[in-house]
Ligand binder design. Structure first.
Ligand code: BES
Ligand code: MN
Ligand code: ZN
Length: 526
């Protein structure tokens, strides 16, 4: 049942300043999230040296300890570490650790392997590993190694990503205590601090925003509250404008496809557009448009019960474009981007759309909607058309937890990359390698497209018999993008739910924030 207020709620706002709380458009049962701060996270600092107490982390790429600056180990302490290293056959391999206690004044000495000649990501991963190993250590932490300032910042970046956890609803056990600071020593600490605060910290803020939004349950994050949380995150950030279309406005604009998806839910759909134009950036923006299904029950084509709870994170694409925009804006990157969240809740209801319904998109194209569980592509169809028409972007990237088929193909190792433009595809693949969020190219074959032809409308949203599901979904989305506009689509259904790695703790990964942040910087027209 939808309320009248839902239809009246109107909030076209063109400012980054948080609007006065808009009328809640349904009677919800949501737990209101408490403060945004994560109590268990350690504040991160840089210093020339640190006291010989607390936990000491030493990063090394070999069995021998590197020359450390900023911490002084006595000969006896060095000898004790060397003996333990030999006994444990620790060789400094990437991902390896050796935990020692009872040496000198330290509560613990943790060796973390980086592998020989570590690159940026290897240093970051060692930092993330350290964060996770020391999660339940109450002591202050010092991280030492043979670093330059920039390298120390990389380690801190990894530590910041790796220490993320979502425990705000734990009230009885396992809640992390407020932790002491971590200090990275060695190298030029002023340079380290500048690199970290200028680039890494904003990026971590973006990843944290995306992970938080995706980890929150669907009784807390629904289209309206997603918008409110993202507004809060951008409050006070320069060069940002925010436009939000509510359901009534979208209906007026003939966006029948996104409206159709949300019409079974009392929570009104939204299209949220955050535009960031950095000083000195190109004229036309790069559009990043994310699927924002705040809960995907499947609708009338309802999903089975087992695992349905994971569909609270079906808005992860939308969360990640907002995270990337936040990172770019907070770091004042000289780029021009438009981050778009196509937000709706997909629910079964007397008012929900039925298989067989025909809907009309913003541009007037018709869709025979055969399966209400193929809803991500439906919200993206209208979003793509509206954004291309309104913002005239020079490129358009979709990111979506679109298909189960991509999970079967690539699991959690790569996101699927579909592209019609070779330059954009190459830029995305390169950004994937740089950021550590890797992509694997998948085919867009015209033969597949034939399977999506409808007998009575322009296109249907599924092929009635089994097929290359991820490619079919990609083709559908691409049908709503002008062939001349460079376009790519990332299917993140597999990489979104992380099993746990140094930079990506278990839970929702925030995949896409680091990738799109990198893409926007690399692909900016100079
Ligand atoms: N949100 C799902 C895809 C998904 C599956 C995301 C598993 C994360 C993990 C999407 O809306 C969906 O239901 N896709 C269907 C499409 C089908 C009906 C053509 C699917 O993949 O089964
Ligand atoms: Mn679905
Ligand atoms: Zn979905």
């Amino acid at each position: 049942m939808r309320t009248k207020i839902a239809l009246l709620a109107s909030c076209l706002v063109l400012t980054a300043v948080p609007a006065a709380a808009s009328a809640q458009d349904f009677v919800g049962s949501g737990v209101v999230p408490s403060a945004r701060a994560h109590s268990g996270e350690r504040p991160i600092g840089f210093a020339a040296s640190a006291p010989a107490s607390g936990a000491l982390v030493i990063l090394t790429g070999a069995a021998q300890l590197p020359t450390l600056t900023g911490v002084t180990l006595t000969d006896a302490e060095r000898a004790a570490i060397a003996a333990a290293v030999a006994a444990a056959k620790f060789e400094g391999k990437a991902g390896s650790t050796l935990s020692l206690r009872g040496i000198g004044g330290y509560s613990r000495i943790l060796l973390v392997g980086t592998g020989a000649n570590p690159a940026m990501l290897a240093r970051a991963e060692a930092g993330g590993k350290a964060a996770q190993e020391l999660m339940s250590e109450a002591q202050p932490v010092t991280i030492a190694g043979a670093f330059t300032g920039g390298e120390a910042a990389d380690v801190a970046y990894g530590f910041a990503l790796g220490q993320y956890r979502f425990d705000r609803y734990k009230t009885v056990d396992q809640k992390a205590p407020p932790a002491d600071a971590v200090t990275v020593v060695g190298g030029d600490s002023a340079a380290a601090r500048a690199a970290f605060t200028g680039r890494h910290a904003p990026l971590v803020d973006g990843v944290r925003l995306s992970r938080d939004l995706a980890n929150e349950p669907a009784n807390v994050i629904y289209p309206e509250s997603f918008v409110a949380e993202v507004r809060k995150a951008f409050a006070g950030t320069a060069n940002v404008t925010i436009e939000v279309l509510d359901e009534a406005q979208m209906r007026k604009l003939n966006m029948g496809s996104i409206v159709g998806v949300g019409q079974g839910s009392p929570r009104g759909s939204r299209l949220m557009i955050v535009r960031y134009r950095g000083t000195g950036s190109a004229a036309a923006p790069l559009a990043m448009i994310g699927k924002g299904i705040t809960f995907d029950s499947g609708g009338i084509s309802i999903k089975p019960a087992a695992g349905m709870w994971d569909m609270k994170a079906d808005m992860s694409g939308a969360a990640s474009v907002m995270g990337a925009a936040l990172s770019l804006a907070r770091s004042r990157a000289p780029v021009h981007v438009v981050a778009v969240a196509a937000l709706a809740e997909n629910m079964p209801d007397g008012n929900a759309q039925r298989p067989g319904d025909i809907v009309r998109t913003y541009s007037g194209k018709t869709i025979e909607m055969l399966n209400s569980d193929a809803e991500g592509r439906l919200v993206l169809a209208d979003a793509n058309e509206y954004v291309a028409d309104t913002y005239k972007p020079r490129g358009l990237v979709n990111i979506a937890t679109l298909t189960g088929a991509i999970v079967g193909a690539l699991d959690d190792q790569y996101a699927g990359l579909f592209a019609r433009d070779e330059t954009l595809a190459a830029q995305l693949a390169a950004a994937g390698e740089t950021s550590g969020e890797r992509l694997w190219r998948m085919p867009l074959n015209p033969k597949y497209a034939e399977r999506m032809k409808s007998d009575i409308a322009d296109i249907r949203n599924i092929a009635p018999s089994q097929g290359p599901g991820a490619s079919l979904g990609a083709h559908f989305i691409g049908f709503f993008v002008d062939e001349k506009l460079p376009w790519a689509h990332l299917d993140i259904a597999g990489v979104n739910d992380a099993s746990g790695t140094p930079l990506v703790p278990k839970g929702q990964s925030g995949f896409g924030v680091r990738l799109l942040d990198q893409l926007a910087r690399d692909a900016e027209v100079k």
